[in-house]
Design a binder for this molecule. Structure first.
Ligand SMILES: Nc1ncnc2c1ncn2[C@@H]1O[C@H](COP(=O)(O)OP(=O)(O)OP(=O)(O)O)[C@@H](O)[C@H]1O
Length: 321
């Protein structure tokens, strides 16, 4: 990784209480995740539904409290920080949510939604400045400024997600955490919204955490990828390295599952053949062992920790590669 680190997460642990068959459990949604993000970098976080990706993003922006760990934004610890540091961080680290229908208030105009963070923080000096900033931001995400007086129901899904992005970039933050920002959209619209995010990354010099279950989508926008499985990072490396030479057996299964133009060349990975994981029945050793084609006896008892492999900053948690 090059450049200044602006976000540094160490050993993040997050658990939730859950009920199953009348009994109360604590499930460990995030189990010791460490990540860092450099200025202008896009780090993809990929993994199956329930692996804890969203919880990592929501914890970084302060929507979920971690059990332990550290979250440093530009060198300042955010967990337990005073309200002025937290306010500054909230304005600088913003989230684009998966479902623009759920994240936009149906009773607020688009302009009011886009200006919300600026309004709360006292960013705008005058009504005129506020209106101009809304118009410029809507234009920047490819929407006509006249959308400011409209309501979410008047917009298509793709337009609503553009509003979701506009909300996250006014005022301009340092970091955008995009949680599955295209997965609720039609395939034809996905590419347009992805292109918009890449343009904004370049124009505004944004750093991004880009969360997706789809390694194909992650591959288009991210410079590095962290692969998560059951609350842990199992492999982290440059995107090309991950896509062209995946090492962890789970990463290999994810890469094999990326749709190929020729369906006969599509390999069925273990991810499609094994049992999906459950946090209620976490295995003792490596969480992936029950689905892993190369698991050994050690994997059933001993949790692998991340170690460096090779020279390009790749880390991997596997006993057998
Ligand atoms: N508020 C909550 N209360 C209880 N359990 C939760 C809560 N939020 C998440 N979980 C549980 O934590 C685990 C991780 O969820 P999370 O949403 O972070 O995963 P994910 O990888 O983002 O999956 P998805 O793509 O389906 O959102 C899941 O088992 C989920 O049910």
């Amino acid at each position: 990784m090059s450049g200044d680190v602006i976000l540094d997460v160490r050993e993040m642990m997050v658990s939730f209480s859950a009920r199953r068959a009348g009994r109360k459990y604590r499930v460990q949604a995030v189990d010791g995740v460490s990540l860092s993000l450099a200025q202008g970098e896009v780090l993809g976080i990929v993994g199956e539904s329930g692996c804890g990706k969203t919880t990592v993003g929501r914890t970084i922006v302060g929507l979920v409290q971690p059990g332990s760990g550290t979250i440093k934004f530009k060198g300042t610890e955010m967990i337990g920080a005073g309200s002025s540091s937290l306010r500054a961080m909230r304005l600088n680290v913003r989230m684009v949510f998966q479902d623009p229908n759920a994240s936009l208030n149906p009773r607020r105009t688009i302009g009011d939604s886009v200006a919300e963070a600026g309004d709360i923080s006292g960013f705008f000096k005058s009504r005129a400045e506020r209106s101009a900033a809304i118009a410029a931001t809507l234009t920047g995400v490819g929407l006509n400024p006249s959308f400011a007086t409209r309501y979410p129901y008047e917009l298509s899904g793709g337009q609503r997600q553009r509003v979701g992005i506009a909300r996250a970039i006014l005022p301009t933050p340092s970091i955008v955490i995009a949680d599955e920002p295209v997965s609720a959209l039609d395939v034809s619209v996905q590419a347009q919204v992805l292109n918009l995010m890449m343009d904004l990354r370049d124009q505004l010099r944004l750093s991004m955490l880009f969360i997706s279950h789809d390694l194909g989508v992650i591959g288009q926008i991210s410079s590095r990828v962290a692969v998560m499985y059951m609350g842990r990072v199992v492999e982290q490396a440059g995107t090309r390295t991950v896509l062209e030479h995946p090492l962890h057996p789970y990463t290999r299964a994810l890469v094999a599952a990326i749709p190929k133009p020729d369906p006969s060349k599509r390999i069925l990975g273990a991810i499609e053949t094994g049992e999906p994981p459950s946090l209620f029945t976490r295995p003792h050793g490596c969480a992936y062992a029950p689905r892993c084609p190369i698991a050994s006896d050690r994997c059933l008892v001993d949790v692998p920790t991340l170690r460096s492999v090779g020279t390009d900053g790749r880390t991997i948690a596997c006993h057998n590669v």
